[in-house]
Design a protein around this ligand. Sequence first.
Ligand SMILES: *Cc1c(COP(=O)(O)O)cnc(C)c1O
Length: 358
Amino acid sequence: MTDIPPTDIPVRVRPEIAGLPAYKQGGQAGADAFKLSSNENPYEPLPGVVAAVQAATAFNRYPDASAARLRSRLADRFAITPDAVHIAAGSVSILFQLAQATSGPGDEILFSWRSFEAYPSLATVAGATAVTVPNRGDGGHDLDAMAAAITDRTRLVIVCTPNNPTGPVVTQAAFDAFVAAVPADVLVVLDEAYAEFVTDPDAVRGEAVVAEGRPNVVVLRTFSKAYGLAGLRVGYAIGHTRVLDAARATGIPLSVTAVAEEAALASLDAEEALQERVAVIAERRDRLAARLREAGWDVPEAQGNFVWLPAGERALEVAAAFEAAGVIVRPFAGDGVRVSIGEEESLERVVEVAAATR
Ligand SMILES: *Cc1c(COP(=O)(O)O)cnc(C)c1O
């Protein structure tokens, strides 16, 4: 306990927690700027969602702790039992729950890097050790190297597809081979936050993974991205009931509000409108990626609602140029810049800045 950083308060904080960077949200955009820093959906809520939220006014009551109606709707969709579905306040919450449920001091949580910013801290918060395997040169996961990095201390492996922030998917064949190589007592989480945007026919699909019914694989999805409910906080896991029970045991009770549950249910009713929007964003993404490549950027396969500019040491400088042009993007110092797919009108400006900074 000697390496607690000096603070102006006497409260003892676990040193590894005190060492964590404070959460930094994607930049907030000025009135005429495009906010392309948090992979949010540029559309307003799906038809029927605002009305459903406005009708959910019994705020004096606690919500249904297990979000039973939403679980049962999702269970039907995946042809599983409601116990094999777990709802939480965003799929990030479920990642933390699964880390707490599986891993403690001395245990290892393995993932590819660079990937989702929350992964390193969920290991730290659980008291476990984060072990990373570098992405392949094309920004995808090196699953062979990940399998080789599993030790008898590994408790949790996270596979992020499409990988945030670089963009490539893991293929179904590669995922199946990987899972076959992972010991049965190690949990594999397939983080599919951007599943709806995927157009690569070879990509792994949570539906296919769920159908295999492996007890050590959990699929994560969210209403934050394609469904556009980032501000209401609702995501879900599909997996073995016993594994999800362990996650439920670590979760903060009653975190999913009734409003969020209603909004998610109404969003599931608007499947056709969802598909239309997702198709527009995926097409916009492909068009933007092609133009950025024409401008000389080596953009990796983009399968989410974002593209990656491998700017390396110039990441902060490139992001500053975007900001000066009224486009808020997400830089990762020393590595690259992630640009979310936003409004159609943002594309021209993104291409201009990208061409000028190449
Ligand atoms: C956005 C995101 C999530 C989840 O977000 P929630 O809003 O907490 O549901 C999970 N994983 C990845 C890789 C993401 O990019």
